[in-house]
Design a protein around this ligand. Structure first.
Ligand code: URP
Ligand code: ZN
Ligand code: ZN
Length: 488
């Protein structure tokens, strides 16, 4: 007898962003080809009784094999990073191809491709980081990269070697609007941070906890407001990344209420860490320094609320793996002041399990919303839907089979990245994805990696529907007092 399917998953419940169904899933040539009851046999069969079948996660913000603007290399390469992601239920990663000033975007992408192709075990695409907004980059190189399928990019309002001024941001937004690419923005007011940092250091306040004082909530709120204003001026959709505070969240909410295409992203560190973590003994607080920083308990609550009520559409790790040693956090010396500590925390593997545990299992977050923020919305926001981010006939067979009863204690040793710490040491996750499938390939099973290095595929992405302008400039703005869309 010849089997019709490569793989059939039986007796489980499929969960998408919209519904939960008791149905079997049949896979052939990497795609979902049938859904329903009494499906014919497959070459391989999995019994998913008591398991939940969710779309594989999409981590749309992670830094892998990336050199920071101050020259520090992440501890994870595309092998360890992708393996760690897969163990946590993620089947697609969208890390950054980061331009340092003076570099051509084509060269940057070629370099990241050369790193990823032989190593990634799951599918991947890239966002660009644009640090050089010269006419040649924005006018010629960027459109060519977008045409090639890199349909989103990140810009910064802070960090000396990355920040763009408002004039440059406008140029970039205009290009994104023309090309229908998604702009991601790191919104913190550079001069506010610089000014407070100087005052703190003058007073001898250099310990890690002062990082959170220097990166004041008001710096995030002001920059978020300004970024949204610039995007509104040019009618360009935009996503504000790694939002940490209620004040910034409220800026996003206000824009959304006014009908603007402004999206928000938040991350595990803003749900599970606080400023108190930066206040740990000695240099241990350095392990929790990221920008924006974790805030207080009230902010945590507000960020949870934003994730539950739909103000945030995407939940990403912002995995920034700098080890707690001289290769990473302490590259500037054994006791650097906070402004010299490499920014970022790891989180690729725990992103989904901790949200599942503390959100879904506690009854706080609906499971469909969990699927939306960890997978479906990222696919929609970044031009991968419906190939990724759902369970539907014709979609890639990217699935995570979750055991809601499996308890996992999170420790640095248990996590599969190349880090020497996890900020979530000792937390227990109630529920874990035990079988992880990417394009029909079983990537993780029985707590083991089952695929080869380099077996992940590069994803050339569509122009996202979410990045389509509203076309309000011509229709709703008086051309006598404001400029007209034809000027951009
Ligand atoms: O602290 C952080 N988030 N580091 C990573 C770089 C970035 O800005 O996302
Ligand atoms: Zn950032
Ligand atoms: Zn980041």
């Amino acid at each position: 007898m010849t089997e019709l399917y490569d793989l059939v998953i039986r007796n489980g419940q499929t969960v998408t962003d919209k519904e939960t169904l008791k149905q079997d899933v049949a896979i052939k040539d990497g795609k979902i080809v049938a859904l329903g009851e009494n499906l014919e046999r497959g070459i391989r069969e999995i019994d998913a009784s008591s398991l939940l079948i969710l779309p594989g996660g999409i981590d749309a913000h992670c830094h892998i094999e990336q050199k920071s603007s101050s020259g520090i290399m992440t501890a994870d390469d595309f092998y360890t990073g992708s393996v760690s992601a897969a163990f946590g239920g993620t089947t697609t990663i969208l890390p950054f191809a980061a331009q340092h000033r003076g570099q051509s975007l084509r060269d940057v992408v070629d370099d990241y491709m050369a790193c990823a192709v032989p190593k990634s075990v799951i599918d991947y695409g890239f966002h660009l980081i644009i640090s050089d907004a010269s006419d040649a980059i924005i006018g010629q190189e960027l459109p060519a990269m977008i045409e090639d399928g890199i349909t989103s990019f990140k810009i910064y309002m802070t960090y000396n070697d990355l920040k763009l001024d408002d004039y440059e941001i406008l140029n970039v937004l205009a290009a994104a609007r023309r090309e229908q690419a998604m702009v991601m923005i790191h919104a913190e007011n550079h001069d506010v941070i610089r000014w407070i940092t100087e005052k703190l250091l003058d007073q001898g306040c250099g310990a890690p906890r002062y990082h959170a004082i220097a990166h004041a909530q008001i710096a995030e709120k002001e920059a978020t407001h300004r970024a949204i204003s610039l995007a509104e001026l040019l009618d360009t959709p935009m996503l504000v990344v790694h939002v940490s505070s209620e004040a910034a969240l409220n800026e996003i909410r206000r824009a959304q209420k006014r009908g603007l295409k402004i999206y928000g992203e938040t991350c595990p560190q803003y749900l599970f860490l606080t400023i108190d973590d930066l206040d740990k003994d000695g240099m241990d607080g350095a392990m929790f320094c990221c920008s924006p920083p974790p805030r207080d308990k009230e902010s945590q609550e507000a960020i949870w609320e934003g994730l539950i009520d739909g103000s945030f559409s995407v939940f990403s790790s912002d995995h920034s793996p700098y080890r707690h040693d001289s290769s990473g956090k302490l590259a500037a010396g054994p006791k650097p002041t906070f402004d010299k500590i490499a920014n970022g925390v790891p989180g690729l593997e725990i992103r989904m399990p901790l949200l599942f545990s503390e959100g879904v299992q506690t009854g706080r977050m609906d499971i469909h919303r969990f699927v939306a923020v960890t997978s479906t919305n990222a696919a929609k926001t970044y031009g991968l839907y419906p190939r990724k981010g759902t369970i539907a006939i014709g979609s890639d067979a990217d699935l995570a089979l979750w055991d809601p009863k499996k308890q996992v204690k999170i420790t640095a040793d248990a996590i599969h990245d190349n880090m020497d710490y996890t900020p979530y040491e000792g937390m227990v996750s109630n529920g874990w994805p035990i079988t992880v499938i990417n394009r029909g390939r079983i990537v993780i099973e029985d707590e083991e990696l089952k695929v080869d290095r380099g077996s992940g595929q590069y994803l050339k992405r569509q122009r996202p529907e979410a990045a389509k302008p509203l076309n309000r400039l011509v229709k709703e703005i008086d051309p006598k007092t404001n400029f007209n869309a034809k000027f951009i």
